[in-house]
Design a protein around this ligand. Sequence first.
Ligand code: ADP
Ligand code: MG
Length: 236
Amino acid sequence: EEEVLKKLERRIDEYDPAKDEDSMTQFEELPITEQTLKGLKEASFVKMTEIQKKTIPIALKGEDLMSTAKTGSGKTLAFLVPTIELLIRNKTSEYDGLTALIVLPTRELSVQIFEVLTKIGKYNNFSAGLVIGGKDFKFEKDRISKMNILIGTPGRISQHLNESVGLEVSNFQVLVLDEADRCLDMGFKKQIDNIIGHLPASRQTMLFSATQTDNIKDLARLSLTNPRRIGGNTLG
Ligand code: ADP
Ligand code: MG
């Protein structure tokens, strides 16, 4: 198993987006683990979409990125696959506390992403939880204290991070801001800033949106380090 992971690491290191961008078209060509491939296959995901082809290899390298593509282009797997893989390669277990956070503007979207994660991450050991309110805060807090991946809305995640007892972030690795444009439109800037303030700077951050506004560029400047920009047009 160790050997398999080392081989994957080598393939990831060798990937050069400038040269290799069009070389991988199917999930099984990616340097990812068998368990993730199995989860993808069982959910009938075989060929990658354009944004997945461009985003996943760069994300697997651990780089910060801002990926812009219209609704329906497949952004969910573009961040779920690399997030899961990073956790597997780092042998994440229940003792690691919170290692990944996926922030979405609404409860409905959070539930949707959680369901995709449950499907494709079926063969993995880490745990995932939803943080969307609607339940008693104390109840939610007890349940999520051992989760490795949390998915939820900015307000509720922010609230849990403020009450830091029980949420261990010293092993934190990946922050995903999905539908970042909608999050900002809905007035969640303060909560997102607060979330970022709670997380270690050494993390990987991926920002996804359907549009590229000045607000998004500001958020990118605040949350990303030397980001790769994928899709979209202007790169200011
Ligand atoms: P976006 O977040 O960009 O709006 P989604 O990730 O929600 O897009 O994907 C849109 C639809 O496309 C979903 O129904 C999803 O299951 C499907 N889809 C995504 N990636 C693939 C793929 N590689 N192969 C087949 N269907 C896919
Ligand atoms: Mg989406």
